[in-house]
Design a protein around this ligand. Structure first.
Ligand code: MN
Length: 298
């Protein structure tokens, strides 16, 4: 697959649309998020991605208890959590767990099923402070939905930095300009964030045929040949069939998450914490959770 071609003289990849997030709401008592996209919006356009929640920068006072979300199950996909500010702790019934802090990412593969909790860390709860987080749901192909759960803690210092002119990329997964991110993925995915250090335009190539989504966490950002504005917490989807370079224009200090992946082209049936291919598999997931087959937190 050609990913390194010089794009000089070619037309930038077309932007298919810009989409507004849903309203802000609490997830548990620890995460005040906007849901940027969700499976029912357009499962085909988003595939292999399912959902993106962004908890924008927010100050939390010290708390005598750990805020967050208590025990709940997942099956059929992966949750990828980016801690931008503050600390998150995760604990799951498959024995996975850990604390991630500023710049770190945890990649939790629920697959056949886990029960987990997601909380502010003890220290962050005691001290309070600024908190910002993203959680992305990545779908699994039908052949992997009932595989073993997996937990990957990925630290900020492990992410290769890729110089993209006015911006620097932190590469979490997949290939970008000859470098490779540390996350193991079940299908081909390239995932990175960009931080602009000056006003300017950056461009990079991603495989044609892949879904490519850009999400500005903050800052003035525009994309595509018409320099269409993508306001903060909105997202832009590029034309999958266009093989031009992805072009992003931004002002200093803008931060942008870039998600790219090969679409699965399988039916998506998403219900609450489960994402399967058929309604019958969702019913089975509820039964398996209720009968304890996804394990319990000790
Ligand atoms: Mn969860």
């Amino acid at each position: 697959m050609e990913t390194e071609a010089s794009q000089t003289g070619t037309t930038p990849r077309a932007l298919k649309g810009v989409f507004a997030p849903g309203p802000e709401h609490w997830v548990g008592d620890g995460f005040f998020v906007k849901t940027v996209f969700w499976p029912q919006l357009d499962a085909h356009m988003l595939s292999p991605f399912l959902l993106l929640d962004h908890a924008a920068r927010r100050h939390f006072d010290p708390s005598p208890w750990r805020r967050g979300v208590g025990e709940h199950p997942h099956r059929g996909f992966e949750t990828v959590t980016f801690a931008y500010e503050g600390e998150v702790e995760h604990r799951d019934s498959a024995g996975g767990g850990g604390r991630i802090g500023r710049g770190d990412v945890q990649w939790m593969t629920a697959a056949s099923g886990v029960v987990h909790e997601e909380k502010h860390s003890q220290k962050f709860s005691e001290d309070g402070g600024i908190f910002e987080m993203v959680q992305l749901w990545v779908n699994l192909p039908a052949s992997k939905k009932m595989s073993e759960p997996r937990y990957q803690p990925l630290l900020d210092r492990e992410f290769p930095r890729v110089n993209l002119g006015p911006a620097e990329a932190r590469l979490v997964a997949g290939a970008l300009h000859g470098q490779t991110g540390p996350a193991k993925t079940h299908t081909p995915i390239t995932l990175f964030d960009l931080r602009f250090h000056e006003d300017g335009t950056t461009d990079f190539t991603l495989p044609a045929g892949w879904t490519t989504l850009v999400f500005p966490l903050e800052g003035d950002v525009a994309a595509g040949p018409a320099q269409e504005v993508i306001p903060p917490q909105h997202f832009g989807a590029f034309d999958r069939e266009d093989d031009g370079a992805v072009q992003i224009h931004a002002k200093t200090d803008a931060r942008v998450l870039v998600l790219a992946g090969e679409p699965l082209n399988e039916p998506v049936v998403a219900y609450g914490p489960f994402v399967m291919n058929t309604r019958e598999e969702i019913v089975a997931a509820f039964k398996d959770y209720q009968s304890g087959r996804m394990g319990r937190l000790l």
